[in-house]
Every structure is written in structure tokens, then in C-alpha cells.
Ligand binder design. Sequence first.
Ligand SMILES: [Zn+2]
Ligand SMILES: [Zn+2]
Length: 266
Amino acid sequence: REMEGLEASGSSYICTLCDSSRAEASQNMVLHSITRCHEENLERYEIWRTNPFSESADELRDRVKGVSAKPFLETQPTLDALHCDIGNATEFYKIFQDEIGEVYEKVNPSREQRRSWRAALDKQLRNKMKLKPVMRMNGNYARKLMTMEAVEVVCELVPSEERQEALRELMRLYLQMKPVWRATCPAKECPDQLCRYSFNSQRFADLLSSTFKYRYNGKITNYLHKTLAHVPEIIERDGSIGAWASEGNESGNKLFRRFRKMNARQ
Ligand SMILES: [Zn+2]
Ligand SMILES: [Zn+2]
């Protein structure tokens, strides 16, 4: 996958850019520096592969900080804008279900309950937004789900007005942050949002760890972590995130090389 050599979800290490564990990343959502680089990931992969000190699996995993797949060549650890959208939309899709079911005041809801909230959400999105449920989140669905329109439609199923307002604010903040990682040149295309990114991500993180604490107590998804913690530093380093997005085609790779050359000359 696009994760530079990181173990699948479930690992306590969640990031290809820093050594943060899931627990640390959930307690401190915003303040992390990029400390990993491609060479180090490669070295760690070699250690994982060869186990030179004959360690146990747990010791070895801790030594290589979760790196157990071969990192991509020709890359700086970064984040992929499209997968960022998809990963975060997947998370919002779950938040919406939880809010419909008022999970914040429930203990261990049953499988059937969860299924019914998901069915209610799917039905509402289909009826009000012509958004058909998908087996697997994709860019198109993500684009439509991550809108104020979708939140309003979801809010019709959320009983508490206070929580409706929290959902609206969460989406408002997200939509303020999103152009920053989608833009080819955020400093030109969305300078205000770029300036406010750290403020917005802090506010977003505060909401997650207060109002939505039931989901983020000791855990956070890889993409939310990267979105909240690493975007400004990557933009400072590379100029953008959108420009490198591995939509996976040749023209993208050409663009990548051209931008890198341009950056090297500056
Ligand atoms: Zn990180
Ligand atoms: Zn490097």
C-alpha cells in the first residue's frame, strides 16, 4: 500500500513519518515532528528481515518501530492526498454512525444496534443525497460525504442539538484544512487556510478529544494523525502535498521529478 513500509493497522506504531505510537498520537494529536526518512526505513526493514540480534518478534518490532515491509524507492516519507481524503472520510462515516446511535452515552452497543445505525445512515444518504452505499470507500464517495450538505442530512438523525453543532464544527474545520493538502501550491491557492492550518487542526483535535472522546481514547487512525500532525511540516519542506499525490500514473511521476528538480534549483 502507500504506507512506506509500515505494518498493517493493529500495530502500535502508526506513522511512516514519526515514531509515535497510537496511544501517544491520540493523547497529543497535533505536535509531532517528522523524524523518519527513507534511508532509515530501509535500514529498519533490513533489520526486520535479517533479525541480526536474534530477538523475539516483539523485541524486533520495537527495534524497527513497526517497519516490516519494504519501503518504496525514490520517495521521501510523505502523505498521499487522495488516500488522506479516503482515510478521513472512512473515519467520518463511522463517526456519523456513532452519533446516530448516541454511542457517547452507551456502553458496549451490540452488533445489531451498530448495524441498524449504519443502515439508517446509508438510507438517509441515499434518499437525501443520492449517495449509494459502497463496499469500500473511494474518492468519489469521500468527496460527497465530506460536505456541509452531508452533515446537515446526517444531523436530521442526530437527536442532540449540541452534538449536531459539534458535528457541523468538525466538518467546517475539516473543510478549512482540506484545500491545504489538495492544492498544488497552497501558498498561492489557499494562503488563508494555510496560515490557519495549525490553529484549525488544534481546534479539530480538541473536539475529538473532548466531544468525541469515546472514539479517541487511546487511539487514533493513521490518516487523522498525519492530517493533524504533519501537513504543515511537509508543505514547508515540499511546497505542497497535492503535487506529489500518487494517483499512480506516469504523468504523476513525471510531475514529481520535475517539481523535485525545480525545488533543488531554488
Ligand atoms: Zn507521525
Ligand atoms: Zn531520507
